[in-house]
Design a protein around this ligand. Structure first.
Ligand SMILES: *Cc1c(COP(=O)(O)O)cnc(C)c1O
Length: 475
């Protein structure tokens, strides 16, 4: 497929700019050569993007069980709300009295998401989950620094954590202490007991963890960390499994981040705007990034908390993602939120059960919102790998599950159906999975050759990672 720069010809054009309605200003260093922009008509531009869109697989195209990413259906009412001119036709530097409605969105979202998580305060500045982790860890760091406790330099991270957890801890200037999981996929409590001490700044727990298990020792885990003087961080990107059912704030956690673009239903996966909202307990409120929204008799105001860690992003974060999240919470309501979580768990267990007919599970069920299969036996017996099965799914219009993650499971496929898939869809998808298993035994070569029906065949992924071509040279 041609790039937009390779299409069109000089003379073809479209005009998208409205007439200038402000005084013109002379630039001190104007460009001396014209910009090298594509010369295409509006028709051609539209066709170009439509062709690109057809090559992409999204939740509106078909099943998308990308574990840990919560690729659920995003209700279109969210988009209607996020497109309202009162939310889009504003400027971030407008005086606060002219954007009271927008500030109310933040204030209401803080209240409702605080209720769902059991937290007292929240910032919406972080632009993604990992960004939220970084922010939350800086709160923990500020807390210890404020108490003049310089010895607390270590963050404990179980090996079943999401990969961003140790990375964020290092970014925030901590040393990571890795602790193993026990047989059942939960934190090894004895290993945790040994790991904590006067140098413990905190623990980061992904819960449900990356193998889809809710840690049964969670209360003991937070107690051990608190007794040692550390704080507890809850990676709540997987809140889809528990929202409205249990609250991290009640389990002893002090800080949490949410992935509004996963659980609270904003389209994601294409690198678009996200929101890694960070919630905390009252005693950490004074460290939150500024500005935060407060309310008094005269209305809503933006203030910087007393000991703020400073800005984490320009302005207030990705505001329209918060509008979508608030819309989602208000449409589902008190009954709908836990119902969505329970259905997410039910769907995952339904698929886990159907697939257990042939596929080996990494951990015995029941699972939470996702489960992990291990294809080592299939690989040893037939030479067909988890990668081959994933590529085989592509020929059936199914997006592959997360592959080779978590690292603690070999030949892993991690499946998260989400609550928005019907039983019929899951039945069909499971049928395909089971047929691929049979095909692996009958004709493994067919799976090594997959995919055959996609716009491109199997790509050299190692080459793409090792020798990436990141610059486009014209001509
Ligand atoms: C997706 C995810 C993250 C990272 O979120 P991003 O928005 O991709 O930065 C962190 N933790 C868990 C458990 C996740 O599933």
């Amino acid at each position: 497929m041609k790039l937009i720069f390779e299409k069109g010809a000089p003379g073809q054009h479209l005009t998208l700019m409205p007439p200038c309605d402000v005084p013109e200003v002379k630039l001190s260093h104007p460009r001396t050569e014209p910009l090298d922009l594509p010369h295409v008509s509006e028709t051609e531009l539209t066709r170009h993007y439509t062709a690109l869109a057809k090559r992409v697989h999204g939740v509106n195209d078909g099943f998308y069980p990308l574990g840990s990413c919560t690729m659920k259906y995003n209700p279109k009412i969210n988009e209607d709300m996020a497109a309202l001119p009162g939310f889009t036709q504003i400027h971030p530097l407008q005086p606060e009295e002219t954007v009271q409605g927008c500030l109310e969105v933040f204030h209401e979202s803080e209240k409702l998401l605080g209720e769902i998580t059991g937290m007292d305060a929240m910032t919406f500045q972080p632009a993604a989950g990992a960004h939220g982790e970084f922010t939350g860890l800086l709160l923990i760091k500020a807390y210890h620094a404020h108490r003049n406790d310089a010895a607390r330099t270590k963050i404990i991270v179980p090996d079943s954590a999401h990969g961003t957890n140790p990375a964020s801890a290092v970014m925030a200037g901590f040393t990571v202490v890795n602790i193993p999981s026990s047989e059942d996929g939960c934190v090894d409590v004895e290993a945790l007991r040994k790991a904590v001490g006067p140098d413990t700044a905190g623990l980061m727990l992904t819960n449900p963890n990356t193998v889809g298990i809710f840690d049964k020792n969670i209360l003991e885990i937070t107690r051990i960390v608190h007794d040692a003087g550390g704080l507890c961080y809850y990676d709540g990107a997987n809140l889809n499994a528990v929202m409205g059912v249990v609250r991290p704030g009640d389990m002893g956690f002090d800080v949490i981040h949410l992935n509004l673009h996963k659980t609270f239903s904003t389209p994601h996966g294409g690198g678009g705007p996200g929101s890694g909202a960070v919630g905390c307990k009252e005693f950490l409120r004074c460290f939150l990034p500024g500005p935060v929204v407060t309310r008094d008799e005269s209305g809503y105001h933006m203030v910087s908390p007393e000991h703020s860690i400073g800005r984490i992003k320009d302005f207030y974060g990705n505001f329209l993602v918060v509008v979508r999240a608030l819309t989602y919470v208000l449409t589902l309501g008190r009954e709908g939120i836990p119902e969505a979580a329970k259905n997410a768990v039910l769907n995952a267990n339904y698929m886990m059960k159907l697939l257990s007919e042939k596929y080996a599970m990494a951990y015995a069920g029941p699972c939470m919102h996702e489960f992990v299969m291990t294809l080592t036996d299939l690989h040893d017996g037939t030479g067909v790998s988890a990668m081959d099965i994933a590529k085989g799914l592509l020929d059936h219009g199914i997006h592959p599950p997360t592959m080779y993650f978590p690292l603690i499971v070999h030949e892993a496929l991690m499946i998260e159906p989400t609550e928005t898939e019907s039983q019929e869809t899951m039945d069909e998808v499971c049928k395909v999975f089971l047929e691929l298993w049979d095909l692996a035994h009958e004709n493994p070569q067919a799976l090594h050759d997959a995919p055959t029906k996609t716009p491109v065949r199997r790509l050299d992924e190692v080459g793409a990672a090792r020798n990436p071509v990141l610059r486009y040279t014209k001509g």
